[in-house]
Write a protein that binds this ligand. Structure first.
Ligand code: BGC
Length: 744
């Protein structure tokens, strides 16, 4: 029906609209826009303008969280939380929104609990194995998008503690053992997240390298060693990523808790690195009012034990100068303006599930490391296989994920939690419902693909014996708050692999671990693939690699030693009995905040973290840092090193096999003897994509910082003069191109 409006009714409409417009104008006079909403001003100017308007109570509101279940009392204001680990109340009067923080290591946490959906990316360590800076950016950007879609404006991801201790239960959340690789990757990860207008974070600052007794341990390490190892990863990550937040860690360093630590927070972070953002405590890692405020802890999470009334009283009694509080607030506000969370607040919307799958699968394919491939066992040729045995690791229903505050809830539920599919529970391993068995069946429709759970070794061996090839899935779960007791696979899985390998010479082992593991059976199997915790599309990525649709290219970001006895520390120092509050103690949270008795750990391996240790100790390893096989082969030639402020290293890589592939070409440097450094360090790399027979010349520009040593007397980095050896190749132990240059 056509709508016709007569001339008289048109006139009537015009009159009604005009009257309502005029009355709307007169009843609510237009407010002048708040001057700090002028996006033409700098974040610091805008923060300064807001600060001038704020009362002391409003300032203090921004300096603490509103509680977290199990970690002390909840503020009634926590009802405004979006369901994340932290919530900071905003100042609506001034147009300052609250801060909705969510853990987001390999995806947005607690989505299931909140009735939402999140993509699980492969764990951070898997992403590090890609050595892919663009991939790291995509990883962070995906997390940023999904945080926003779920209503969060701050990420608590960005873990970059180095793998100094290979049994640390959180290594899967971190980026390996090399400070330059980890620092460059975390910088891109943060950038990706913040470009989505979400406050980014880097954590846990610093030297939180063991989970055992993390609330009490005192780390002893010399200044140069800390600056050239763990702190260098933070230095690069903060410089490249410019995160809004730095999370200070639970442990002590040189007697003071990290969140009370003048050296870490004032001398290094604020003074030397000129960090403009804010320091937030890890959840329950704050320990004081005046001391923390003076050294530069800007914000307490998850509650207000120190930075609520106690801080207000301290300001009123002049124990804490108001200027310090202003500085904390200004840092928070300027970060909110700089990341545009005020100009462009998140809008809840539907997460793009399909693009999440795609990115997750791509990163998994780039991150799975082929460790052994004898007789070209892989890739499997489906047309030639009549039977495949799939054994162990719950490979019929799912793949392992990493736990703790990094845990992403699996859509569809935990694949194996009794009595069936269930929710995510802290302390219970979660298996994503991504079935390798089904993915393998899809790739080999003509073969009989049978599954054996691996619980009865004889039954597993019998299946392996009657199959053309056996694929054993071995796993080790990891979770925050705990370190592994050893480097071994749990639950007699070593016996299972050995028994299957005895029954079938074509045995492939797929590892789902977040750390290196010992492999006493490594010599008996034909292929080993490290799949890590592979995320939402792990099974597809895995099948694509097993059957050759994807040529593996990843390289280890951590060393796999032969045995636990080869690690720098024979065991992890444990807290003496009575250090931690007893299980179930309702005041445990308070006792931790007030400070537990310290116990000592000595990181006397110093500079020798990861491969630098095995190199210096001349100890052979199972699989070295930087190592990973491909289905093709590469040849290196034509090294040219040009000295200068930025040393330039050029060389040629050729694909000498018959498949296209990506080689991660690595450059290491040996410093002048006077430097007193371990034999070599990674100083650059390039991912080189090559078709069969193709060659490319690669040039890598080495940053001066990467060739420098830290001089504690001068509190500065220095590139020493002398002879530097430059080594190029496919891993830290395969470096066919070498040259020596002299630098002034
Ligand atoms: C972890 C942090 C995490 C926080 C909030 C702490 O236990 O150490 O990494 O961001 O909890 O969940």
């Amino acid at each position: 029906m056509a709508l016709t409006v007569s001339r008289s009714s048109r006139l009537f409409l015009v009159v009604v609209i005009s009257i309502s417009f005029l009355s709307a104008q007169s009843s609510s006079p237009q407010k002048a826009p708040q001057p700090w909403m002028n996006a033409g001003l700098s974040p610091d100017e805008r923060a300064g303008l807001v600060l001038k308007e704020m009362t002391l109570d409003e300032k203090i509101t921004l300096l603490h969280g509103t509680g977290h279940e199990g970690l002390g009392p909840m503020s009634p204001l926590s009802s405004g939380s979006n369901g994340g680990a932290g919530y900071v109340v905003g100042i609506p009067r001034l147009g300052i929104p609250g801060i909705q923080m969510s853990d987001a290591a390999y995806g947005v946490r607690a989505s299931g609990k909140n009735g939402r959906y999140s993509t699980a990316l492969p764990c951070n360590l898997a992403a590090a194995a890609s050595w892919d800076l663009e991939g790291a950016y995509e990883y962070g950007a995906l997390i940023g998008r999904e945080l926003r879609a779920q209503g969060f404006n701050m990420s608590l991801g960005g873990g970059v503690n180095l793998t100094r201790e290979a049994r640390n239960g959180r290594n899967f959340e971190y980026l390996g053992e090399d400070p330059i690789l980890a620092g460059k990757l975390v910088g891109q990860f943060i950038k990706g997240t913040q470009d989505q207008h979400v406050l980014g974070d880097i954590k846990h600052y610093a030297l939180n390298n063991q989970e055992s007794g993390r609330n009490a341990v005192n780390v002893n390490i010399d200044e140069r060693s800390m600056r050239e190892t763990d702190l260098l990863a933070f230095e690069i990550g903060i410089r490249d990523g410019n995160p809004a937040g730095v999370m200070c860690s639970y442990n002590r360093v040189d007697r003071d808790y990290a969140c009370d630590n003048k050296y870490l927070l004032t001398d290094v972070l604020r003074t030397q690195w000129k960090f403009p953002g804010f320091v937030l405590s890890d959840w329950g890692a704050a320990h004081s009012v005046a001391k923390a405020s003076a050294v530069g802890m800007d914000h307490e999470q998850p509650n207000e034990y120190f930075y609520g009334d106690a801080l207000k009283k301290a300001v009123e009694s002049h124990q804490v100068p108001l200027s310090e509080v202003d500085d904390h607030v200004r840092r928070i506000l300027r970060s909110m303006f700089a990341t545009r969370v005020i100009d462009d607040p998140p809008q809840k919307s539907v997460v793009d599930v399909m693009s999440g799958f795609e990115i997750s699968q791509h990163i998994a394919e780039e991150g799975m490391v082929l460790l052994k491939n004898e007789r070209q066992q892989l890739p499997l040729d489906a047309s030639r296989l009549k039977s495949i045995a799939v054994i162990g690791g719950h490979a019929d229903v799912g793949m392992m994920s990493g736990g703790g505050s990094a845990q992403v809830d699996p859509p569809g539920g935990n694949a194996i939690m009794p009595p069936g599919k269930g929710a995510t529970i802290w302390g219970a391993p979660v298996w994503f419902p991504t079935s390798p068995l089904k993915a393998i069946r899809r790739k080999a429709p003509g073969a009989k693909v049978e599954y054996d759970p691996g619980t009865d070794l004889n039954a597993a061996a019998a299946l392996a014996r009657r199959s053309d090839v056996a694929i054993v899935f071995a796993w080790r779960w990891e979770i925050e708050g705990k370190d592994s007791k050893s480097l071994s696979l749990p639950d007699d899985q070593d016996d299972l692999v050995a028994k299957v390998a005895q029954a079938n010479t074509n045995t492939i082992v797929v590892l789902e671990t977040g750390n290196p593991v010992e492999m006493p059976w490594a010599g008996q199997v034909s292929a080993i693939l490290e799949a890590w915790f592979a995320g939402s599309r792990g099974e597809k990525a895995l099948a694509n690699i097993l059957f050759g649709d994807v040529n593996p290219s990843a390289k280890l970001p951590i060393t796999f030693p032969r045995t636990e006895a080869d690690l720098p520390h024979k065991s992890i120092v444990q807290p003496p009995p009575g250090t931690e509050p007893a299980a179930g103690d309702p005041d445990a949270w308070k006792k931790r905040l007030e400070g537990l008795p310290a116990f000592e750990t000595h990181y006397d391996e110093g500079l020798k973290v990861g491969y630098k240790w095995y190199d210096a100790e001349k100890q052979s390893v199972l699989f070295p840092f930087g190592y990973g096989l491909s289905y093709t082969t590469y040849e290196y030639s034509g090294l040219r090193v040009t000295p200068g402020e930025h040393v330039k290293v050029s060389f040629t890589v050729k694909n000498t096999g018959n498949r296209a592939g990506t080689e991660i070409a690595q450059v290491y440097a040996g410093l002048p003897a006077s430097a007193g450094e371990p034999p070599k360090r990674l100083v650059g790399w390039s991912r080189v994509k090559l078709n069969p027979g193709e060659s490319k010349e690669v040039t890598i520009d080495i940053e001066p910082l990467f060739l420098s040593v830290f001089q504690p007397q001068q509190h500065a980095w220095k590139k020493l003069s002398g002879d530097y050896s430059i080594m190029v190749g496919s891993s830290s132990e395969s470096l066919p191109l070498r040259d020596t240059i002299s630098l002034k």
